[in-house]
Design a binder for this molecule. Structure first.
Ligand SMILES: [Fe+2]
Length: 357
């Protein structure tokens, strides 16, 4: 839908534009009848919102002109006016489809515009009373602004929920392919978040890292089942193929805005090692991004304490010993320190998952 606002008050036009923008309604603006005439000729709008009091030709006159021309008479006109009483009658006489006295709530005007254009979108909002003072108009604007912000916040949480659902769909696609995965992605995400909270709270609060922890192995979707599900040690070429899941994952997620930054670093670098013996880039020490260094410990912890196709789960103490012994070799010593500091919380995560399965 497109609306043409004709009003000499630039502030009012800006406010109405903001209101309409929230609802994806295109807005053209004119400061008077002459400018409006040209815009209508170039591209007729669906609805014209017209102020009655304007310098030059006033709104009532301009409305009569529009309604007397075959080209423009079918365009719905809403007249806005500062004075009550006789103007409503005058608006009817001029052929306007609706009349909205000032002060008005922009959302009320939006509802009128939607109704006139045949839109189905109803705005569940009505002003309770009208007092013709400037302050009252400001209060109505402020109330509408608050209402719009609430709508915007609700829409934002819907988008976040949509992200969450998309990520969950990705991980369950992966779980259906990779027999070892099971609840691995969720567990490892919680371990990594716990370690991150202990080491680097900013990273722990970053949704990109949170999703990166969960989606770290998404590139395995591109690895053939005969390699992914092989119940025996991989040959060297198979191992090389398997290792491409890091860069494959990064390529798959390259267009996902939310994962840029720490999330993508985790996906690409989660198999790097502190001593530089990892893949795909052989990064050394803190060349590997923090999220990926944290993830490496979380991943080993979960791999060792979970059942695998080729062996049963090892006791927690075995994982503990392995992680400590790999400090400064496979793992960043700072992450290993964090592991020791939050080990009891990590065990709680493990227990909760065992209880749930
Ligand atoms: Fe991986």
């Amino acid at each position: 839908m497109r609306v043409l606002l004709v009003d000499d008050d630039a502030g009012l036009r800006a406010l109405l534009r903001m209101t309409f923008d929230v609802f994806d309604i295109d807005v053209d603006e004119a400061s008077g009848a002459t400018e409006a005439r040209e815009l209508i000729r170039a591209d007729p709008p669906d609805v014209i919102v017209l102020d009655v009091v304007m310098p030059g030709m006033d709104g009532l006159q301009f409305c009569r002109e529009l309604k007397s021309s075959r080209e423009t008479r079918d365009i719905a006109v809403v007249l806005l006016s500062g004075s009550e009483g006789g103007t409503r009658v005058a608006a009817d006489a001029a052929g306007a489809e609706a009349y909205v006295p000032k002060p008005f709530s922009p959302l009320e005007l939006l509802a009128v515009v939607e109704r006139l254009s045949g839109g189905l979108y109803g705005v569940p909002f009505r002003a309770t009373k009208k007092i013709g003072s400037e302050e009252e108009q400001l209060l109505l604007y402020a109330r509408d602004l608050r209402h719009l912000l609430q709508i915007e916040r609700a829409q934002r949480s819907l988008v976040q929920e949509a992200y969450r659902q998309t990520v969950a769909a990705f991980t369950s696609a992966l779980e259906s392919k990779d027999t070892d995965s099971g609840k691995h992605s969720q567990r490892v995400q919680l371990y990594a978040l716990e370690l991150a909270r202990t080491m680097d709270t900013e990273l722990a609060d970053d949704p990109s890292a949170e999703y990166g922890f969960l989606l770290h192995d998404v590139g395995k979707i591109g690895i053939p089942d005969r390699v992914l599900q092989k119940p025996a040690p991989l040959t060297e070429p198979e191992r090389a193929l398997m290792q491409t899941h890091t860069v494959l994952g990064e390529q798959m997620l390259a267009g996902v805005a939310l994962l840029q930054g720490p999330g993508m670093h985790i996906v690409r670098s989660h198999h790097e090692r502190w001593d530089g013996e990892g893949y795909p880039d052989g990064l050394v020490r803190d060349e590997t991004p923090t999220g990926a260094r944290i993830f490496a410990v979380a991943d080993t912890l979960d791999a060792m304490t979970s059942d695998r196709v080729y062996r049963a789960a090892l006791p927690w103490s075995a994982a503990h010993d392995e992680i400590l012994s790999q400090s400064g070799l496979q793992f960043d010593p700072d992450v290993v320190d964090a592991f020791r500091a939050c080990e009891s919380s990590l065990r709680d995560v493990r227990r909760e998952f065992s209880a749930a399965s």
